[in-house]
Design a binder for this molecule. Sequence first.
Ligand code: DGL
Length: 270
Amino acid sequence: MDTRPIGVFDSGLGGLTTVRELRRTMPNEDIVYFGDTGRVPYGSRSPETILRYARQDIRFLLSKDVKMIIVACNTATAMLAGGLQDLPAPCVEVLTPAVEAACARTRNGRIGIIGTKATIRSGAYERALHAIRPELTLYPAACPLFVPLVENGFTEADDPIPRLAAERYLSPLRQAGVDTLILGCTHYPILRPLLRNFMGESVEMIDSGAEAAHAAKKLLESTGLQSLTRKIGCCDYYVSDSAAEFAQNAGPILGESVCGQAEQIDIESY
Ligand code: DGL
């Protein structure tokens, strides 16, 4: 039993898809969230820069005495690779749970992987999927416009702007007949209705943010670190740009208000 908060970070709003699932499945846990809204997007930056940002984000969360860190960012996960073992708190990343879910759910062995440029270029998803099931046929696609669209609120299923971007990025995957699509960026589940419309009902969508939340629950339970209190947990949100802007955008994603719980910090000092 450990009542300290779970620390979660992402480059911006995307990691809220993990927080939303944590709130649904473990409502009594406290959460500290960091969204690097001043430096989003990570996915079009160099591996060195992404690594530096991710390490600062982790140091910030550790300064809040968190009991676990969730790297709710596929781009940071792909760059950190094996570098998460030596942290002073247990760590869950988004890639492994998404890979396991995709391997378990595909029926025809054709899996689409969408993510940021950095994630797709790293080849991390392909390596991890082929390590479990070498026979899979994989269709990776970078979708660099999706994160800016989400950060700027272009998320409605009937909005022609994200729909055109989805058509451009996803047409080859649809033509290839993938039966499973890994949303390998935590921002993408926010576009889920639109992606669903384009890919069709039969395609299994793997939400890397939600899968990470399930993996975190299992790890907390198996290590005895879950909070056993009955009270509803609280969430503190930290960002590296306007807290008011974040609070406004975060509410609809989370389905709850974050008013008064968001604070701007100087991430460069960590
Ligand atoms: N949400 C992030 C991910 O899962 C990063 C998006 C970005 O900043 O490019 O990859």
